[in-house]
Design a protein around this ligand. Structure first.
Ligand code: ATP
Ligand code: MG
Length: 436
């Protein structure tokens, strides 16, 4: 470890070359930022559980990567060779949204693939997962619900965990708790849940969503892992010393989460707005109420175009809407206004951009989306198929699509940088509560 550079200087930025040579190509930059540098000793030079709260875009993913590399450093030889024993030390990455899991999957497949790390996505979009694929994987990326159902699927030896996903989450987590003990013992014996014993690291992204219904599934998963890790027959398994890292945007109760995950004080890291790489200017605009909330929502639609003209000034913008339909309608409304301006369409910069969009629109399955994107406006929501969603994400990232109307699905950790963000209405309908 002496070759990894000096410790304890909290002002110096850590360098990627502080890492053992086989790990350096994982990062596409030379220096860790100040947040990452401060967390470096805890992430990469210790094995303690951690809870990190820091603003969006501050680079928290790198902290996960440092923890993964810490685990993988057990496969390093004294002369810096990397000898991976496939599937023997597993990392589980849990994120609340499918889209986030898929983004990380794409990213880590490339970054960690060169080390021979086997990544496996377990979401509703990956058809089914067989025992062998799970057994051979080093990094499993999943959402809490799918993780719970998959464990059940392997317990009952079904190959279609998706069927089980239709069972209400509440029921599932209850069953989970009741059946937990017998299931784990059964699974460990017959190899169905054998992979549990290989879990050495659990990464929890966006942990602030714990108080949402999804949180119940996450709690169940974490509790199960914690309980299993304490079983006598796990003593010599990696699971016995499983490490938890939870990161979130900004939370006020980092201590509660730390207590839950048994993170010691040095494992709790909190960073404020000063860590934001780009400073934010916030403007709140008020509008006269309408007869009811529904009509008010509708009316807000007509203000978006002017707001964009005023603030986004030809740069990329995201418009967050409270519902899938709202996002679609906002995009339609904007594209109609822009389209009616013909050659003065403010969202269209060049003939080349128009050609890209026209070509892309031909490959689009959703007809509404197809008609919007030719005017430089797209929408992104859970109702679109995976292909259309990736198409829209790609067009927005490249700058061909200047305006993207979306739901909060996109807000959780997906990297689509934008100059302006409009949050249309601050209310949303909560299905569970039956109210706004
Ligand atoms: N040290 C670094 N040097 C240069 N770029 C970096 C560095 N660390 C992270 N980045 C880049 O910063 C961007 C944001 O990083 P990341 O997605 O990890 O943020 P985050 O904190 O997880 O944000 P969110 O709360 O939105 O999930 C990414 O594009 C990433 O590649
Ligand atoms: Mg993130």
């Amino acid at each position: 470890m002496a070759a990894m550079g000096p410790l304890g200087d909290s002002y110096a930025l850590r360098c990627v070359s502080d890492l053992p040579p086989p790990f350096r190509p994982v990062f596409g930059f030379r220096y860790f930022n100040s947040l990452q540098s401060e967390c470096f000793p805890v992430c990469f030079l210790s094995d303690v559980n951690m809870v990190v709260s820091a603003p969006t875009g501050s680079g928290k993913t790198v902290l996960f990567e440092l923890c993964i590399l810490r685990l993988l450093s057990r496969f390093l030889t004294t002369d810096w060779w990397f000898n991976l024993l496939k599937g023997t030390l597993k990392t589980i990455y849990i994120a609340p949204m499918k889209a986030l899991v898929q983004e990380k999957m794409r990213d880590w497949k490339v970054k960690l693939g060169s080390l021979g790390i086997n990544c496996l996505e377990m979401t509703g979009d990956s058809e089914f997962f067989n025992k062998k694929a799970i057994h051979d994987s080093d990094l499993i990326l999943t959402t809490p619900e799918v993780y719970v159902t998959t464990c059940f699927a392997s317990y009952y030896d079904l190959n279609k965990p998706l069927l089980l996903q239709t069972i209400s989450l509440f029921l599932l987590t209850n069953i989970c708790m009741q059946k937990f003990d017998s299931m784990s013992r059964h699974g460990v014996r017959d190899g169905g849940l054998g992979f549990f014993s290989d879990i050495a690291l659990v990464l929890i992204d966006e942990v602030h969503l714990l108080n949402d219904p999804r949180g119940a599934a996450l709690e169940a998963v974490v509790s199960r892992i914690k309980m299993l890790s304490r079983l006598g027959n796990m003593k010599s398994a990696p699971l016995a010393n499983v490490r938890f890292i939870a990161v979130s945007a900004t939370i006020s109760n980092a201590e509660d989460i730390a207590e839950w995950l048994l993170a010691p004080p040095e494992g709790i890291k909190r960073f404020g707005e000063e860590m934001r790489p780009v400073k934010l200017t916030t403007k709140v605009l008020g509008y006269a109420p309408a007869k009811n909330d529904f009509l008010f929502e509708r009316r807000l639609q007509s203000f978006i175009f002017d707001i964009l003209m005023q603030h986004s000034r030809g740069k990329s913008a995201l418009v967050f809407c409270s519902t899938r339909k709202g996002a679609q309608e906002a995009a339609q409304c904007l594209s109609q206004t822009a389209g009616s301006l013909g050659y003065s369409n403010p969202f269209m910069k060049s003939m080349q951009q128009y050609e890209h969009l026209r070509e892309a629109s031909l490959t689009c399955s959703d007809k509404q989306l197809q008609s919007c994107i030719v005017y430089g406006v797209g929408f992104h929501n859970g109702g679109l198929c995976l292909k259309d969603r990736s198409l829209v994400e790609g067009l927005f990232l490249k700058g061909d699509l200047q305006i993207l109307c979306t739901t909060n699905t996109l807000a959780h950790g997906i990297n689509l940088p934008a100059h302006t963000v409009v949050i249309k209405s601050t209310q949303f309908f909560n299905k569970e509560k039956g109210s706004y």
